[in-house]
Design a protein around this ligand. Structure first.
Ligand code: OAD
Length: 244
């Protein structure tokens, strides 16, 4: 399943980077964005997950985010998430960059995680910016800030918003500095995350894609392994254990 070239790289590498997307959480039961799961009660997710949707119809906006939080309450990390915890233990320098807001990498036990799209289990005031840990699903109530009474929102990047500059810079630095870059369970189309594998490649990294289907990245990656992350990643861990 893994090429000789990759095995050699894995054997000697010091610095690894992985970018994950919704696909890694699919086996935990979290819906992905694109494809047949990309709708919520007949609304396009792209129309709901915006700041203007919060302003226009905060009840609908929070109904959507409340539903997503409720869904995550019973969700556990899967073997793919745990494999990335093992990989973090095996390498001196491993950076996990995730587009997911579901908190599952933290729950699994990864310590160095760059959540470039935020974390849905935090709430941020849209007025004063105060951030709190908050898994509440707010059915029927609109959350207001305790400090300034401003309307609150989940601490995630909404469509049309910029990413946190510091986090993005760290993600770019790690991508540019790693020897092997994994793109896992992501359609690899949403910027700026989609550019990270190209940045890694331009700086000499070996690019490995692990995904259920081919993506626009596939023809640029050094190898693409088609399949479920929850099956392939544990095999990758066993392989690394054998060769190092
Ligand atoms: P997508 O829903 O676009 O893509 C998920 C990818 O995972 C698809 O290519 C699937 O084929 C693949 N996949 C599904 N199940 C899998 C499995 N078990 N193992 C491996 N791969 C699997 O999700 P993302 O690429 O994460 O941003 O989407 C990127 C961003 O788009 C999200 O973070 C979100 C959205 O707009 C924001 O909300 C800011």
């Amino acid at each position: 399943m893994f090429s000789e070239k990759l095995l050699m790289r894995l054997k000697h590498a010091v610095s690894l980077c992985a970018l994950t997307g919704a696909g890694i959480s699919a086996e935990s039961g979290v819906p992905t964005f694109r494809g047949k799961d990309g709708l919520w009660e007949k609304h396009r997710v792209e129309d709901l997950a915006t700041f203007s949707a919060l302003k226009k119809d905060p009840e609908l906006f929070w109904k959507f985010y409340g539903w997503r939080r409720k869904l995550l309450k019973d969700v556990q990390p899967n073997l793919g998430h745990y494999a990335l915890v093992d990989i973090e233990r095996m390498y001196e320098d491993f950076t996990l960059i995730t587009q997911n807001v579901d908190n599952l990498h933290h729950l699994a036990g990864n310590r160095k995680v760059l959540e470039i799209h935020g974390n849905i289990m935090r709430t941020r005031c849209s007025e004063c910016g105060t951030v709190i840990d908050d898994p509440n699903d707010y059915s029927g109530v609109l959350p207001k800030c305790e400090k300034c009474s401003g309307l609150q929102r989940p601490d995630v990047v909404l469509f049309g918003e910029n990413l946190d500059e510091k986090l993005l810079r760290k993600a770019q630095e790690s991508s540019a500095g790693c020897e092997i870059f994994f793109s896992i369970g992501t359609s690899a189309v949403v910027e700026p995350a989609a550019s990270l594998p190209y940045l890694a490649k331009a700086n000499g990294a070996y690019i490995v894609e692990i995904n259920a289907e081919e993506t626009p990245l596939s023809s640029h990656a050094d190898e693409t392994i088609i399949g479920q992350a929850g099956k392939i990643l544990p095999q990758l861990v066993m392989t690394i254990e054998r060769i190092r």
